[in-house]
Design a binder for this molecule. Structure first.
Ligand code: GLN
Length: 489
């Protein structure tokens, strides 16, 4: 019997096995679904599994006559998609009652790209409702658990994607990141998560949350897989007017360059109160690894950091309140029954359809945009956002990349932060600034706490410098083995 347990392979390694004929795509899919049956009852990462679709694609790949030449970059790799990206013919719920039965008639741009690259789509993963949250507990449908400790949250909002990759029920996944939702769950689940530059990846078919902040990014088992997946999804798409017409480099090649002589900045403001001691120590150890590789380490300052969370919760909620106005029960989505008139129909549909956190955001955002308050909140927040952006441009004159923790703490317990939204919002202090500035950032595993919980290291770079990010992340990965650890389930 062939070993079809793929839970220790990366996507890249699996593809090599498929190309050499050691494994067929069908065997890969069967292996993944066998593993799903074992661990999904514990982890609960998926809202939908598409076994039939995956088998169909696998058989089609196996039956191609000229196998090697004709295959796409992601040929045969089982991949999971966060359930806020449209998949033609497959439910896309955003983990909300409002979209519980929504079946999109089209694919998101990234999904089209995955299909063209011959990836095998396994299913749709759980998230906080409309991607609003940091623990995946705001899902209307289920709680996802951290594969390293099922009593803990997987992070959020792309918690399902990160948990699936960590547990081995997908070899790669897509997440979306508005304030940290790719990087924070990646850090908490011990996998790699990359948020590209705003505009690097088309948002066409991504259900909008904060349109000036949202980006889709890879969640993978190592940096090489992140490069591979980014290669497939990056690039201009005329259907998203904010997608940039900037050439896409060969990430896999660029990534292998040495880091000797590169200047890495440690922002003072990211190492102050609130940072867990074990996380701090792991980051300090990582800095030593970079020193050993010949990188030049400097302390820097990003002085407007203390305002980032407040600015984010004005801008993101303002944009959300406008984006979510479309869920009125008229064209699609949930409609309340037995209403007497149109106003009651709108309002009851929204009252019944949205969860607590989404309503809180809509109210905050509507308030921040309302006349008389617009100048005091939204306009002021936009100005401070510019200052935050300028902090980064000045920092990038002195250093090439910025190094810091991804999350101030490791994964917390289910339920622990639900009563206090502010505490939950603070989970993203270190990830939000990159969204406000539009710059790329990656989280990679850099250690474990005494309780065996993963810790993530974050790197940030200049706009469109994903190649540099991958290069510096990859250099660390070559020196360490944190990314090879798998949870015991
Ligand atoms: N946790 C942040 C929020 O709730 C970020 C979410 C995200 O990036 N989608 O807004």
């Amino acid at each position: 019997m062939k070993d079809t347990n793929l839970s220790s392979l990366t996507g890249y390694q699996l593809k090599e096995k498929l190309l050499s004929g050691e494994l067929t795509a069908r065997e890969a899919v069967e292996g993944v679904f066998a593993h799903v049956e074992e661990v999904e009852p514990i982890v609960r990462a998926y809202l939908l599994l598409d076994r039939e679709g995956a088998m169909r694609k696998a058989q089609e790949l196996d039956s191609r006559p000229k196998r090697k030449e004709g295959l796409g970059l992601l040929a045969g790799i089982p991949i999971a998609i966060k359930d806020n990206m449209c998949t033609s013919g497959l439910k896309t719920t955003c983990a909300s009652r409002v979209l519980e039965n929504f079946i999109p008639p089209y694919d998101a741009h990234v999904v089209e790209r995955l299909k063209e690259a011959d990836a095998i789509i396994i299913g749709k993963t759980n998230l906080d409702e409309f991607a609003m949250g940091s623990s995946t507990e705001n899902s209307a449908f289920k709680l996802t658990r951290n594969p390293w400790d099922p009593k803990r949250i997987p992070g959020g909002s792309s918690g399902g994607s990160a948990a699936a990759v960590s547990a081995g029920t997908a070899l790669m996944a897509l997440g979306s990141d508005t304030g940290g939702s790719v990087r924070q769950p990646a850090a908490l689940c011990g996998v790699t998560g990359l948020k590209p530059t705003y505009g690097r990846v088309s948002r066409y078919g991504l259900v909008a949350f904060g349109s000036s902040l949202d980006q889709i990014g890879p969640i993978t088992r190592d940096v090489r897989d992140a490069a591979l997946l980014l290669q497939v999804i990056a690039g201009r798409d005329p259907r998203d007017s904010t997608s940039a017409d900037v050439p896409v480099p060969d990430y896999l090649k660029e990534m292998e360059k040495p880091v000797k002589g590169l200047r890495l900045g440690l922002p003072r403001e990211y190492f102050m109160e609130g940072l867990n001691e074990e996380v701090r120590r792991a980051i300090e150890e990582a800095v030593k690894v970079y020193k050993g590789l010949g990188a030049d380490i400097q302390e820097i300052s990003l002085p407007h950091t203390p305002y980032a969370v407040a600015v984010y919760y004005i801008i993101a909620t303002a944009e959300a309140s406008s984006n979510l106005a479309r869920y009125d029960g008229v064209r699609y989505g949930y409609r309340a029954a037995n209403t007497q008139n149109i106003i009651e129909m709108y309002s009851r549909s929204r009252v019944e359809g949205f969860g607590r956190e989404v309503k809180r955001r809509i109210m905050l955002g509507t308030y921040a945009l309302s006349s008389g308050y617009y100048e005091a909140y939204y306009l002021k927040a936009s100005k401070v956002r510019n200052l935050i952006r300028q902090d980064f441009s000045s920092a990038f004159e002195a250093v090439d990349l910025i190094l810091c923790p991804t999350s101030p703490t490791p994964a917390f317990k289910l339920g622990e932060r639900l009563a206090n939204p502010l505490e939950m919002y603070l989970s993203d202090v270190y990830t939000i600034p990159a969204n406000l500035a539009g710059i790329p950032a990656i989280s990679i595993p850099c250690g474990f706490t005494r309780e065996n919980l993963p810790i993530g290291l974050q790197l940030m770079a200049r706009p469109f410098e994903e190649a540099g990010l991958l290069q510096v992340a990859r250099a660390y990965e070559r020196e360490t083995e944190w990314h090879l650890r798998r949870p015991e389930l």
